[in-house]
Ligand binder design. Structure first.
Ligand code: ADP
Ligand code: MG
Length: 677
């Protein structure tokens, strides 16, 4: 069970399942000195006033603890009976727990409470481990995991945890040895040792990532690629005659970077990041024309069928006047049509193909593929991208496009091996999307507003959260929401389409299309619409339970409106009571529309974990390191990695065997992703 839930395979892995925080039980607080900013507190005091309140399921136990400075309430909602029996009035206790304020009065519910004696008074930092809901449900808790860990740790000797970092680095950066780092990360005997362990292990993680990036960088810069020598008629004609607008400065710059890259004779691996609506499509189109000018074919891959169709339609329209045929290849292109496309790709009659991951299947062969554009990169598995490399004798140039704004620190860490272009400018004349935060009490008003927009001929999205762990509940609330929407948009007058993850692909695409074609005025959806969908007539984005979304996700969703000429609106609907973080997220959304500002904020608030779909894209996952707060370690390790690779590029020095093995293990774990990102 542990294996599956936490990805723990061996005792060795268990050792690397680190606590994410500690209960600091080294300090005793004074009750009279606590402030609302205190979170976890520990008191020594005398217990009085033990009494039960309520009855049946509402029954609870409370008691008062006092020391020489003040008093505080302790409360138990569960196991009241049992607690009542085990607690004694006028006895001294040591109490640890999370402080909550109820009407301004502090209390602790379900504290850790022990009678005060020599044993319990011993100061410790006790580990708190990450646990999944499922594990908790099966009765495994922090106490039991901690116990297992302690037993394991008692058997472990320094030879079980050999050093992997070269001695000179340990010395130069004042890192503690690996055995002690592991020992102290679980059971620090002092705050200093806890810090030493954290520093060392973070350092090791970041160092490994920097070595990896360094190696990839070297690899990428020697990989021979196709040389695009000329800027020819396709590119020039399009630019002069058919470009429907003036390129922004940022677009021009990025195109120039691509032209330089593809002219070097080495393979390009470039990431273009630009906020939603910044105009990435035209970059893709013009890069493809460049490939055509040099005798190559080009392809563009999108993560979903609907997005592929959308790109296909807009690219076809752009290139129609130049009579460049464009093909669409997705899973639903079948039979004779598919056969024909495949044959024409192979003998080179089709020069540009747009599609889904259907493009990377083995049956798809090109005459001479020179460029592959990948849109909305984080939706693709890593292996899928790598297989594009095999489509020609030399790998095609790769252009990855993402709307996820990646803050600089993160880009350096995760994409240090890719060259990054940024479109940091929106096309002129965009109207700002009006964003407001409303709570549940104003739902009717919000719906009325939405209906008035719809009555003026516009369309609206209503998005519900869907988070895996509570999928069933979310599904039910989506359905309930759908019923409610029907009250405001009666079926005799309005048509509502719905898309969600439980529908099969076909049904989803069909409903999506109804909305896209304007047949349905309202789209009720889960976050499946998050990326890239373009319906210019939609002017309202209503996000239900907005407090449950992360900032970047909210921003992506908001980007679905404001794509036409009309004033657009984003309404964040939340419950009445919000946590501090949720309030902060809503304020950020209503006060800025700058994707980079939002991404920085998101990163600072949440950490990079799930933000960038790291699981899927195979980028680095750190257990301890936090690239926002640990930038100084990041810099140290980058410097150290650079020096080490310069001296020993293959890591063949016996001193480097330890770290080389770590990299090898990581490489097998993450498979083949490194080729592209
Ligand atoms: P995204 O970066 O989100 O993929 P798109 O490429 O879909 O953005 O562009 C969004 C819209 O902006 C499209 O309708 C496109 O035609 C338009 N657009 C792109 N570049 C410019 C520009 N330089 N000037 C005016 N409109 C532009
Ligand atoms: Mg796009």
């Amino acid at each position: 069970m542990l294996r599956k839930e936490l990805g723990i395979n061996y005792a060795g892995d268990l050792l690397h399942h680190y606590p994410f925080r500690y209960n600091d039980r080294t300090r005793i607080n004074k009750i009279g000195q606590i402030t609302p900013t205190d979170e976890y507190v520990q008191f020594i005091g005398t217990l009085v006033n033990i009494y039960e309140e309520g009855s049946g399921r509402k029954k609870r136990l409370s008691a008062t603890l006092y020391d020489d400075t003040g008093k505080i309430e302790l409360i138990w909602f569960q196991g009241a009976q049992w607690m009542k029996k085990s607690l004694k009035e006028n006895q001294h206790y040591i109490v640890y727990g999370k402080l909550t304020f109820f009407n301004g009065i502090p209390n602790i519910s379900h504290p850790d409470i022990d009678e005060l004696n020599a044993q319990t008074a011993k100061a410790t930092m006790s580990p708190v481990y990450p646990l999944t809901e499922k594990l908790k449900g099966k009765g495994l808790n922090n106490r039991t995991l901690g116990k297992t860990m302690r037993e394991l740790m008692q058997k472990v000797t320094p030879t079980d945890i050999p050093e992997i970092l070269p001695a000179n680095l340990l010395q130069h950066y004042k890192l503690c040895d690996r055995y002690h780092a592991i020992k102290w990360i679980h059971f620090p005997d002092s705050v200093e040792h806890m810090h030493a362990a954290q520093f060392r292990l973070k350092w090791e993680e970041l160092f490994a990532s920097q070595l990896k990036i360094g190696q990839l960088r070297v690899q990428h810069h020697v990989q021979p690629g196709w040389k695009f020598e000329t800027v020819g008629d396709n590119f020039n004609n399009f630019y002069k005659e058919h470009l429907p607008f003036e390129l922004t400065g940022a677009q021009k710059r990025v195109l120039k970077e691509i032209r330089i890259d593809t002219g070097t004779g080495k393979q390009m691996n470039r990431l273009v990041q630009g906020d939603v609506g910044s105009g990435k499509t035209i970059i893709a189109v013009m890069s493809m024309l460049l490939a055509l000018d040099n005798g190559f074919q080009a392809c563009m891959m999108a993560p979903t069928e609907i997005l592929a169709q959308q790109h296909y339609a807009s690219i076809k329209k752009l290139l129609e006047p130049m009579q460049i045929p464009v093909a669409l290849l997705t899973g639903s292109v079948k039979g004779k049509e598919r056969k024909e496309i495949l044959a024409n790709l192979k003998d080179g009659n089709i020069r540009i193909v747009v599609g889904t991951h259907a493009l990377i299947e083995n049956t798809v062969q090109f005459q001479n593929l020179g460029l592959a554009v990948i849109d909305e990169q984080h939706r693709f598995g890593v292996g899928q991208r790598a297989s594009l490399w095999e489509k020609n004798k030399r790998p095609p140039h790769i252009l990855v496009m993402t709307a996820t704004p990646i803050p600089r620190t993160l880009a350096m860490t995760l994409y240090g091996d890719l060259d990054v272009s940024v479109i940091d400018e929106l096309p002129p004349g965009r109207q700002e999307i009006k964003t407001v935060h409303r709570n549940e009490m104003r739902r009717a008003q919000v719906m009325d507003f939405m209906r008035s927009e719809v009555d003026q001929g516009r369309q609206a999205y209503i998005v519900y959260p869907l988070i895996e762990e509570s999928e069933k509940m979310d599904y039910e609330s989506l359905m309930a929401g759908y019923e409610q929407v029907k009250i405001f948009f009666p079926e005799d007058k309005y048509r509502i389409a719905m898309v969600h993850g439980r529908q099969d692909q076909d049904e989803r695409e069909r409903n999506m299309k109804r909305f896209k074609d304007g047949e349905a005025q309202v789209l009720v959806a889960t976050t499946v619409i998050e990326v890239g969908v373009d319906v210019p007539n939609a002017t309202v984005m209503l996000i239900e339970s907005a407090e449950r979304f992360g900032l970047s996700q909210l921003h992506q969703l908001r980007g679905r409106v404001g794509r036409g000429g009309e004033q657009s609106y984003c309404i964040l609907l939340t419950g009445n009571k919000l946590s501090k973080e949720s309030t902060e997220r809503m304020t950020t959304m209503t006060s800025t529309s700058n994707g980079f500002v939002i991404a920085e904020k998101d990163l600072a608030m949440r950490g990079p974990g799930d933000l960038y779909g790291t699981k899927q894209s195979g980028t680095f996952r750190f257990k301890l390191a936090d690239i926002i707060h640990d930038t100084h370690i990041l810099e140290q390790t980058r410097e150290a990695a650079r020096a080490l690779l310069e001296a020993d590029p293959q890591l063949s020095n016996p001193q480097h065997a330890g770290i080389r093995n770590v990299l090898l293990q990581q490489a097998t774990a993450t498979n083949n992703w490194s080729k592209i990102s």
